[in-house]
Design a protein around this ligand. Sequence first.
Ligand SMILES: Cc1cc2nc3c(=O)[nH]c(=O)nc-3n(C[C@H](O)[C@H](O)[C@H](O)COP(=O)(O)O)c2cc1C
Length: 199
Amino acid sequence: MGVYVLGISGASGVLYGVRALEVLAQAGHTIHLIVSDGARHVARHEMALDLDGRVEQVAGDVVLHAESDTAGWPASGSFRHDGMLIVPASLKTTAAIAHGYADSLLTRSAIVCLKESRRLVIVPRETPLDLITLRNWATLKEAGARLVPAMPGFYHRPSTIEDLVDHVVGKALDQLDVAHDLFTRWGPELRPKKSAASR
Ligand SMILES: Cc1cc2nc3c(=O)[nH]c(=O)nc-3n(C[C@H](O)[C@H](O)[C@H](O)COP(=O)(O)O)c2cc1C
């Protein structure tokens, strides 16, 4: 089983982060969780959700770190783990990481991933995009981060909001090489018979 750092920041779609936590915990992985105050605020606003209460309900090996604890374990490169996922990632958090501004355990842990060449998967959520943000994302990509914008696909034929959430979370977990069955992959099950026959 793996050890993962999971950051949930204050972009719309806190549900993505909750789902990632559930999936990683159910699979038996250890999760070092960092929730920003912004995420708590958004969860209250868009889901009428007490995020800490929801996190406590998740069964599994979950270690909750305070965002303000810049001495928390993931803040050090000597703390070994298998990768970090930030989902959803706000523009503020992505800007801080892109510019090396380690003002919280979340941003510090992400910057440590980059300096240690560990996998860092970021799922930003915003639209439309300004040039500053596009440049920040390019900087993150150049520094080695993997960017998976929260843009659900529809080829897996979603019928519920949960199906859309699972597509985004699944694509992010793919970047960490975490096994899951959150959506049907393109292949024999989805490929239209007509196009298969016409080959
Ligand atoms: C309801 C709500 C939705 C928000 N959605 C987004 C969003 O989708 N993307 C974003 O970058 N910021 C969004 N914000 C603004 C961030 O929460 C805000 O910039 C915050 O300071 C981010 O802090 P954090 O990155 O430390 O969590 C939203 C705020 C609220 C209240």
